[in-house]
Design a binder for this molecule. Structure first.
Ligand code: 3H9
Length: 652
């Protein structure tokens, strides 16, 4: 096996290069290589300074998370970093790509940090249910101050090279060749500059009012997650204790968290998100090239898809049925682009370029050049088929055609096209320019390269792609329908909407199912239930409470009332009228209402999610239990730190 760490020396400067694809994670071999490099460069009389850099697309992206399930092997990272920091010859870290977690901690052990302009730095351990475990909580506040350090560690977000420079996290941003610049810095400056090791520096006490407010805000955001709170504890230790004692405490906390079920769940979902989108049958299959995208429909979903494509640098033609609808759709897109600009996500030039990439039309002939067309019109089979019949005529025969349907049979929709092999499902979640999930639905006749194009588009849009087979609701909506039904049963059995919603929020969902329905509108599901009425099994338990609400015109927030009443409380207040309908429904069916505890409510919800998930797996709709978890976490608000319903099934 080739060594992942190599040393070369030129002109008095040693270059230590880590080459451990894909992300230069700190495996045991890398740690050993670094630990060997310190005495070797110290002993070499020709060496005056050491440049640490990485081959490939990134600096070190952190500890090798795959090793976390095994017994820790020496040399341990904190010891390696101590060695680097304690070296008499200054180490200079040259950062490109991402310097994350243990990777940034290694850089903090170096005397200097130089960065490529596009580098991003962060301590994202909290996203894996952890805190930095190799000195990050002790060294970072000594460099950038306690408050900035707490924000980075508890928030887990990356900062740009520019921001890192402004914070004092890097010493310099270098344009041009990073290696060359680091070597020059080593020769010309590093030897003369005094850079006290971070462990030997003092940490400034923050303003106590601001500090307390910052901690309170983090605790509120944590919503049941342990690691942000542990980050606060570690930073308080760093403020209160001598550096070596704070370091020992950090290590203790790190190990406690590593074995915490929350960290196991977060590590599970991290890897699940990376494996769920891989379809063995597509290995080596080349996607069709795409540059111009057609989107049919300028409603909330269509406009969101257009914005997502524009923000990814694609050219887009939006098609609507008449000028008024087109104008409204285009305005929705322009508002989204303007907001992205306002938030600093795109600069003025990019905004103008994106606006130039966007056109609208009311005639299908405008889609003649499109490489890929996504339909996002009204959820009705006849309407969708009509769209695809027109697309069949208007588009190039090699153009990929996608439907954004959430429930309808894509094989039937594909039947409207002479060559159904070019049709697939791309099920976006709203708002499509924000939500990360994309279900890629594969009807039986879809060609492999068409499917591969769906995945390539997902990658281009920065989405997490999950393949799904054709069925009513695919993966996510099918599970949601099943558990929503269970929640309706619970209403008849003894719970009220506010009980179910509170139990879900306590479990970690941002919102309960009934409040969510009020937000989305009750009428869409009502229309679907009416469509399904004819085929619903006669012996299936059916709860008509939501139908009764719809018959009263209570469609949710947009009508001022749904499950909740919004007339006096914009957040929605429990409504005695709804309670009356519910208790009457129980009485009509002869059900004696029994109060349900939060545990019972969540037990029933999770059990239904799991049993529907197992059916989905048995039918081959989802490739793996991980895929189901990824869908539920990224599309349906399932708390990430619980790993997903299928992960929980494995923990029982
Ligand atoms: C830590 O550092 C603890 C320390 O404080 C203390 C220790 C004592 N380990 O995401 P991608 C794999 S905790 C192992 O698709 P991208 C990933 O699974 C760590 N494997 O690429 C995938 O494998 P595959 C703190 C890892 O360009 C491949 O690399 N650091 C790790 O979209 C490509 O990944 C983090 O939390 C890892 N650490 O994004 C950073 N990271 O090809 C986690 C990635 O088999 N990583 N892999 O599917 C990331 O955020 C992104 O991967 C990164 C690249 C931004 C680096």
């Amino acid at each position: 096996m080739t060594q992942p760490v190599t040393i070369s020396t030129q002109g008095g400067i040693a270059t230590v290069t880590i080459d451990n694809p894909p992300v230069n994670a700190l495996s045991q071999a890398v740690r050993q290589g670094l630990a060997d490099a310190v005495p070797q460069t110290e002993a070499d009389a020709d060496v005056r300074a050491v440049v640490l850099l990485c081959a490939g697309r990134t600096f070190i992206a952190g500890a090798d998370v795959r090793e976390f399930g095994q017994t820790p092997q020496k040399p341990h990272l904190p010891d390696v970093i101590d060695m680097i920091e304690g070296a008499t010859k200054p180490w200079i870290a040259a950062l490109h790509g991402t310097a994350l977690g243990g990777g940034l901690e290694v850089a903090l052990g170096c005397r200097f940090r130089l960065a490529d302009p596009s580098a991003r730095l962060g301590l994202p351990e909290v996203n894996l249910g952890l805190i930095p475990g190799a000195g990050g909580t002790v060294r970072l506040p000594r460099l950038v101050g306690a408050s900035a350090a707490l924000e980075m560690i508890a928030g887990g977000k990356m900062v740009s090279a520019d921001k890192a420079l402004a914070m004092g996290l890097v010493d310099r941003i270098v344009d041009g060749d990073l290696t060359q610049a680091a070597l020059e810095f080593a020769k010309a400056e590093a030897l003369d500059k005094v850079a006290t090791p971070l462990m030997a520096r003092d940490v400034a006490q923050p303003d106590s009012d601001k500090w307390e407010a910052q901690k309170a805000a983090i605790a509120k955001r944590a919503r049941g997650q342990n690691s942000p709170l542990a980050a606060i504890t570690a930073l308080e230790n760093a403020l209160a204790l001598p550096a070596d004692q704070a370091l020992a405490k950090e290590r203790e906390l790190f190990f406690q968290l590593k074995d915490d079920p929350q960290s196991l769940a977060l590590r599970h979902i991290f890897f699940a998100e990376r494996s769920a989108g891989k379809m063995p049958c597509l290995k080596g299959v080349k996607p069709r090239p795409f540059d111009e995208i057609g989107v049919i429909g300028g409603g909330t979903m269509g406009a969101g898809i257009v914005a997502a494509c524009l923000l990814a640098g694609l050219r887009v033609v939006m098609l609507e049925r008449d000028d008024d609808s087109l104008g409204a759709g285009q305005e929705r897109v322009q508002i989204t682009l303007a907001q992205s600009h306002k938030r600093g996500l795109i600069d003025a030039d990019t905004l103008m370029r994106m606006q130039g990439n966007f056109s609208g039309a009311t005639d299908y002939a405008a889609l003649g050049n499109a490489d890929l067309v996504i339909e996002a019109v009204f959820e009705d089979m006849a309407v969708k088929k009509d769209v695809f019949t027109r697309l069949d005529v208007a588009t190039r025969p090699d153009a990929v055609l996608a439907t954004n349907t959430s429930y309808l049979d894509i094989a039937e929709i594909a039947g409207a096209v002479a060559d159904p092999s070019r049709v697939l499902g791309l099920h976006f979640f709203s708002p499509a320019y924000i939500m990360k999930l994309l279900e890629i639905v594969h009807p039986p006749k879809v060609a492999d390269d068409v499917l591969a194009t769906g995945f390539a588009l997902a990658k281009r849009l920065g989405k997490i792609a999950v393949p799904a087979g054709v069925c009513d609701g695919f993966i996510g909506n099918r599970i949601m329908s099943a558990y929503r039904r269970e929640c309706d049963y619970m209403l008849e059995d003894g719970a009220l909407p506010q009980d179910v919603d509170a139990a879900m929020r306590d479990f970690g969902f941002a919102m309960g199912i009934f409040a969510m329905q009020d937000m989305a509108g009750l009428d869409i599901a009502w229309a679907m239930r009416k469509r399904q009425a004819a085929t619903r099994p006669a012996d299936m338990r059916y709860v008509d409470i939501p139908d009764q609400l719809c018959e009263m015109g209570r469609f949710g927030r947009k009508t001022g009332a749904g499950w909740y009443d919004y007339s006096s409380d914009p957040k929605g207040a429990p409504d005695p009228l709804v309670e009356g309908i519910i208790t009457k429904a129980s009485a009509d069916k002869g059900i004696t209402r029994q109060p349900l505890s939060a545990d019972e409510i969540m037990g029933r919800i999770i059990a239904v999610m799991q049993s529907e998930g197992r059916k989905i797996l048995d039918e081959g709709i989802a490739q793996s239990p991980e895929a189901i978890d990824v869908v539920m976490v990224n599309g349906y608000g399932f708390p990430r730190w619980r790993g997903g319903p299928m992960f929980m099934a494995g923990m029982e």
